[in-house]
Design a protein around this ligand. Structure first.
Ligand code: NAI
Ligand code: MG
Length: 349
């Protein structure tokens, strides 16, 4: 029997609630499908920061390398720790430290879920976001603090290696889907980095003649995701553009309660990190109102990444059976608690 070692990082706010609800469902799946999930809970969070003045131990990334996968709730509690400290100290540190250069987010409407769009045509978009460089490289600085000559510089960094690997990953996914790839830039306005991205897209495309490539400007594709989402298949974008587009993706699929995300090292030299897209939702924390489906969907992405395809498919089918039956948390117009909705998914397995 294969035993997978999973690092469990609930984080802050509703992160703990959705993880407490989702993890037992994954355990049940593992039992049914004949593999083991050996979880180890790690308390890295804003609470941890208040005690230790760091979001995770200095060797945190090294500790995580020992695992087969990382399952994470949400990080951030702005009332106690500034967001740029908590995000940089944990999520971005893990993404960069483990070279999780691809962030993959599926956007489609589950059966029974009413999205905000009027179109009834089904859409199925896979956003592939560059996850370690670009606009979020962290390069820059501030000088002349407080004076009227104060300057803030934030430099985007695009490397050939970074751009090529995320595009290549996107092309590979397109091949497994509907063979369409949208490459997102703003190369009319950003004539260095984005023209570079366009050039690499054309180069990599030569290796995938079966994939139909369209280059979009980010503003145009943002509109297209709302007006013609069914026309899109795989969407590859830089860190910032992907961040913004995937919030549109989450919105059109019914909200943050559904949006799941996989952070992957395409070279396969370390574990991936799987998490809901949403944050710690301080406005609803501690009340059992959080929708656990995004976290469960992220669990399915993790199982698929581990090679447990049948279990991943079974979990998605169970989630969709529950949504089709109209069961849900208050954000879905339902009445179930976080735990009760996860329990309904487990019962549907
Ligand atoms: P948020 O995603 O936590 O919440 C936005 C809105 O969506 C809130 O009204 C919330 O109640 C609702 N919501 C989110 N997840 C939900 C769920 N599962 N079920 C039902 N409703 C849900 O974003 P916000 O408020 O901007 O950020 C709160 C904290 O989370 C901040 O500290 C932020 O930095 C952090 N954050 C962390 C992320 C992560 O860990 N990946 C991602 C986004 C934000
Ligand atoms: Mg975002």
């Amino acid at each position: 029997m294969t035993d997978y070692r999973i690092a469990l990082i609930p984080g802050d706010g509703i992160g703990g609630e959705v993880m407490d609800a989702a993890w037992p469902v994954l355990q049940t799946l593992a039992d049914r499908h004949g593999f083991g999930l050996d979880g180890e809970w790690l308390p890295w969070s804003c609470e941890y920061y208040l005690k230790h003045n760091e979001m995770m131990p200095a060797d945190g990334v090294e500790q995580l390398r020992r695992f087969d996968g990382i399952y994470l709730g949400a990080v951030g509690l702005p009332a106690t720790v500034p967001d740029h400290v908590s995000l940089r100290g944990l999520l971005l540190a893990i993404r960069q430290g483990l070279d999780l250069s691809v962030n993959e987010r599926p956007h489609r409407l589950l059966a029974g879920v009413t999205g905000p769009l009027r179109t009834a045509e089904p859409f199925d978009i896979l956003c592939v976001r560059e996850n370690t460089e670009g606009e979020y490289s962290g390069a820059g600085g501030r000088v002349h603090h407080g004076g009227d000559r104060e300057v803030a510089v934030e430099t985007s960094i695009f490397t050939r290696v970074g751009v090529e690997r995320v595009l290549r990953y996107g092309f590979e996914q397109a091949r497994r889907r509907r063979c369409k790839l949208a490459s997102v830039t703003k190369s009319n306005a950003q004539r260095h980095s984005m023209v570079f991205w366009d050039e690499i897209t054309r180069e990599v495309a030569k290796d995938y003649p079966d994939v139909e490539v369209t280059a979009y400007h980010v503003d145009a594709i943002a509109a297209r995701m709302i007006t013609h989402p069914q026309s899109l298949d795989v969407v590859v974008a830089s860190n910032l553009f992907g961040d913004i587009l995937t919030d549109i993706g989450a919105a059109i699929q019914g909200g943050l309660g559904f949006a799941a995300s996989a952070n992957i090292n395409p070279r396969g030299t370390g574990p991936g990190m799987f998490e809901p897209v949403h944050g710690s939702a301080p406005d609803i924390m501690g009340r059992g109102l959080a929708n656990p489906l995004a976290t469960l969907w992220a669990g399915a992405l993790m199982l698929r990444h581990l090679g447990e395809t049948a279990a991943a498919d079974a979990l998605l089918a169970a989630i969709e059976q529950v949504t089709a039956a109209g069961q849900g948390t208050p954000d879905m117009g339902g009445e179930l608690s976080t735990q009760a909705l996860a329990e309904a998914v487990r019962a549907a397995l």
